[in-house]
Write a protein that binds this ligand. Structure first.
Ligand SMILES: Nc1ncnc2c1ncn2[C@@H]1O[C@H](COP(=O)(O)OP(=O)(O)OP(=O)(O)O)[C@@H](O)[C@H]1O
Length: 230
């Protein structure tokens, strides 16, 4: 589903690479934590998958596409295959919960009928039924993140990328968000989550990929956060 083949990324010529010779294969349905201290290259990894950045060298495939050869006009099609969730939620502040999720379908041209069917289903899945008419500022942080997840997943993409999704949440709320991501993963969705949340990683026991100074230093099944990254 995601494959990086000897990928390096150098932002500034002469500077240390942000990613340095990364080889990774993530299969359909995997749940992967991407860990590493600040500056180790996690965001760069996610940006390459989203095609927000391009590699300096090496090959990358995402959802059956060879991104090195993907023309710019096809990038929106790639992005439909990838739901993205961020630490700061990124909801539209003047739209209701329902409208925030519906908007994701409107922009890709889905019919009214599709929208009316899928949005309530998705809000039910994330546990927000009954809160459709609230505005983001009328929700708790955990609820806002649930809206963001509903929006990312409403068109059922095969890949969900999460960049520190629990970074602004307290531990109890974070556990709820992780249960939801786990449920989504069990539907067959590939989940790739960059995080500093050691408790969550240690609880979930999923595959852990650790970056250090742009290099892949650990790829462990049923892994833990690890001492070095604390
Ligand atoms: N647009 C950019 N231009 C130049 N250098 C960059 C750019 N983005 C990232 N870098 C550098 O690349 C390296 C990796 O950064 P990256 O943001 O991928 O790390 P990270 O692991 O996501 O860090 P954090 O946990 O703090 O988000 C860092 O040295 C950073 O300064």
């Amino acid at each position: 589903m995601i494959r990086l083949d000897n990928i390096s990324k150098v932002y500034t010529r002469g500077a240390r690479p942000a990613l340095d010779g990364i080889d990774v294969e993530i299969e359909r349905g995997d749940f992967v934590f991407l860990v590493g201290s600040s500056g180790s290259g996690k965001s760069t990894f996610l940006k390459l998958v989203l095609r927000e950045e391009r590699p300096t060298s090496g090959d990358i495939w995402v959802a059956g596409r060879h991104l090195n050869r993907l023309s710019s006009w096809r990038v929106p099609h790639l992005r439909r295959e990838i739901g993205a969730v961020f630490q700061d939620f990124r909801l539209l502040p003047n739209k209701t919960v329902y409208q925030n999720v519906a908007f994701a379908l409107q922009v890709i041209g889905k019919s009214k009928r599709d929208i009316q069917q899928n949005v309530p289903e998705m809000l039910e899945l994330v546990g927000l039924a009954g809160k459709e008419r609230r505005l983001p500022h009328e929700l708790s942080g955990g609820e806002q993140q649930r809206v963001a997840i509903a929006r990312a997943f409403v068109n059922r993409p095969p890949i969900l990328l999460c960049d520190e999704p629990t970074g602004n949440l307290d531990p109890g709320t974070s556990v709820g968000i992780m249960r939801l991501l786990d449920r989504i993963n069990r539907t067959g969705t590939t989940v790739l989550m960059a995080t500093h949340d050691d408790e969550i990683v240690d609880q979930m026991r999923k595959r852990v990929i650790e970056l250090k100074g742009g290099q892949l230093v650990r790829d462990q099944d049923r892994g833990v956060y690890g001492l070095e990254t604390v």
